[in-house]
Design a protein around this ligand. Sequence first.
Ligand code: C5P
Length: 229
Amino acid sequence: MDNRRIVVALDVSTATELRKLVKQIPNAHCRAKIGKELFTSIGPLAIEICHEAGLDVFLDLKFHDIPNTCARAVRAAARWGVWMTNIHCSGGSDMMRAAREILEGESHRPLLIGVTVLTSMSEAGHQELGSIRELGSQVDYLASLARDSGLDGVVCSAQEVRRLRQSLGSNFYMVTPGIRPSWAATDDQTRTVTPSEAIAHGSDYLVIGRPITASDHPGDAVTRIIKEL
Ligand code: C5P
């Protein structure tokens, strides 16, 4: 079993903040997630700082573009040596396959994960886009399209994992944000689950940000979470 199932969302915007934070994240138990704000602020330096600290990187840039552009962006991520990166499933099977196939020619192949429907999306917001399915069925539909297009897994709500596991089987990674230990503030997340609940539901990787990064002692917060697991 993977001992590093906690993926810490490093949602800061400067190299100074990042350097300070990564020193406090135990790389034996955690990986790092770099999102749009940090990457747009300091670029690939963010990846280098994490790698220097011994942290594998999930580059969470959620690419969505024409197949050629999306695939080349994914290849660029691979060439930075990231462990995982992601694309929007709603870009379609041609886009997902192109991203998958371009990695065949690379010496380092990151895990390629699909974003189905953002967990911030409400049923009303989803219907506004003209979908013919309810939101839950759209998540299921896009997750199976991702699997059939050769992706390695999906980002999803921990509350969806059990259902998705039943239809997609065990050989497909489920990466879940919206995780809150019982002792942490929920912040702006709704429908949170605890780390142990997420694992019990079948989640492979837990994306956890503020309960660790906003703590006075991020390393202690990780230790508490690991004990709970
Ligand atoms: O601080 P917190 O634990 O809420 O951080 C969660 C991280 O996961 C953030 O970087 C957020 O952008 C990301 N995320 C999320 N929900 C999604 C997809 C990504 O919270 N559906």
